[in-house]
Write a protein that binds this ligand. Structure first.
Ligand SMILES: [Mg+2]
Length: 304
């Protein structure tokens, strides 16, 4: 399989947040056909809708010898575990899944930590005000011989990570159901948002490549791509404009075509073709059932 980076050693830890990065658990009425047509509805306590490209990204990373994939969501383990396994099962071949299923590391709400006094101070300094929250400390994720500096958390919230681990954060702005729906009226503003998976893939591959070419840690490579020095040269700032740099989306899509050659960006046209198509009576009942399942689960258990 063609690969954008040469396989030298197994060293990178890629940690995925789940909600609004790989999937959502709520869609608007009429949106489910878009996900059903692409085989992207998975059951994990309630229906979850996987973003197009996410399965291909998972499959690609699992085939790279130098990468170990883990998951860290502040949701509860009783939802996270079936969700991750459903996602892996549908992304990998049966043979691949059987081989890795025992070793999958899934970190959940009980693994998030309170800030120490020093971490509180760091946070206030960095963000101006303190925001109390349990955070995802990546310290315990690297296993024998792996390093924290080559560990990356892909997450949609800057405040989920410790300030001291900001270099380890691949930030991706969250994608929600409403962004898909907005393709109807504002395709230009939303086309990047509904294709964030390709951005994540492209940015990750670019950072891995940079870390090799410049012989620096993956976290440092990511930091140099995502952040810039402000004019006063004292503080680093996230480059907001990076989220609309086409280069990363294209690199991600082209790379993931190694897994699925006909993979395409989600467009207004492809969205409307699914949500506007006629539905059979069975489908109508199925879509109604998805909404009923979610409603029921919300009454007894909130995943977040
Ligand atoms: Mg999230």
């Amino acid at each position: 399989m063609s690969c954008p980076v040469s396989v030298l050693r197994c060293k990178y830890n890629i940690v995925f947040d789940l909600d609004e990065v790989l999937c959502i658990d709520t869609v608007g009425s009429g949106q489910a056909p878009f996900f059903k047509d692409r085989g992207l509805i998975l059951d994990a306590i309630c229906p979850h809708y996987i973003f197009p490209g996410a399965k291909e990204l998972i499959a690609f990373l699992y085939r790279m010898d130098e990468i170990r994939v883990s998951f860290f969501s502040a949701g509860r383990d009783i939802r996270n575990e079936p969700l991750v396994h459903a996602l892996l099962k549908s992304s990998l071949s049966k043979q691949e899944y059987e081989k890795i299923k025992e070793g999958v590391q899934i970190y959940s709400r009980q693994h998030t930590t309170e800030d120490t006094p020093a971490e509180k101070e760091d946070f206030s300094k960095c963000f101006g005000v303190y925001k109390q929250k349990k955070r995802k400390n990546l310290q315990s994720i690297p296993k024998n011989g792996e390093s924290l500096e080559d560990t990356v958390l892909i997450d949609d919230d800057h405040t989920n990570i410790l300030v001291g681990q900001i270099k380890n954060h691949l930030f991706v702005e969250r994608t929600e159901a409403r962004h898909f729906e907005s393709l109807r009226t504002d395709p230009k503003d939303n086309v990047h948002i509904v294709n964030r998976i390709y951005y994540v893939a492209g940015l990750l591959f670019a950072a891995i490549n940079k870390s090799k070419v410049e012989n620096i840690f993956l976290s440092e490579a990511l930091f140099r791509i995502q952040y810039k020095l402000k004019e006063n040269q004292e503080k680093f700032h996230f480059r907001e404009e990076i989220l609309s740099e086409d280069l990363y989306y294209r690199l991600g899509l082209e790379t993931l075509r190694a897994i699925k050659p006909d993979l395409q960006f989600t467009t207004r046209e492809s969205y409307l073709a699914s949500v506007g198509r006629p539905q059979t009576a069975e489908e109508v009942a199925y879509f109604e059932d998805l909404i009923r399942q979610k409603k029921e689960i919300d009454e007894v258990y909130l995943p977040r």
